[in-house]
Design a protein. Sequence first.
Length: 290
Amino acid sequence: MKKQLLFITLFLTFYVINAQNCTTAITTPFSDDFQSSGSFSTCWVIENSDGISPVWTINSSTDIDLDGTIDNFATVFPTNIYQPAKNDWLFSPIISFTAGTSYSINVRYNSYNIGNVTANQSFSLYLVDDASSTANVQILLGDYHNITQNGVYQASNGTDLKTAALSTGNTFVPTTSGDYRIAIHANKSGNAAPLFIFDIDVTSAVASSEIFNSDLFTYLYNKSSNSLEINTKASNINTIEIYNLIGQKIKDETINNNNCSLNISSLENGVYITKVLIDEKIRTFKFLKN
């Protein structure tokens, strides 16, 4: 009995320590491709504005590109295919923004012809200060209309819906530092078909500079040596930071050299975001450790 109680105590302690605090803002880079589970990860918020089901959900049953792996993605459907689309909101976790810093906010999206309805979706992208459609601060980042199906529902030749997805490609410079959420408002009236969201990325926008062109800056995940190799011919690398997809810093290294081989054997398999600082300019990229 004592052993059982000890196990339960240790389990609960572990759970509390590792539970994500959704009231604390995460820092950029932030990225979510909705692949971790069949439901939204902790700290995403859904608002069913029209009070009608279904609501925003994770589709976790489709292999979009026929590579043998299920492709999870966020989606919202009309109540049925012949009725108006949903009027629903999806809010990201809280993200910290700094005044005067340029941020790249990118959402990849698509739609899908279903039944006799030709896809014609729309949504708006906002920066908001609360997970609510009535938030005090609502900064419109972009409106996206007449979203038709781009690509083939299931294809293995690079023409699938995920590979052919469209991208918002927004850049935003806040005038006031603060904690915000990215909000996606599905708002199409009339027959629309489903709206698919494949991933969202928020990063500090890279300043234009020759030191980051393909000839002078290279990176490579070396699986055999379990290392991340980064090289630049322009100037020394100042620091390298590695983040997981919920914005937690996993590794922070000072380099002060023009090349490095970073040991990442302690990292679990998965997708990571890397920030490289060179002469006060930042390059951000993703890599997959497998």
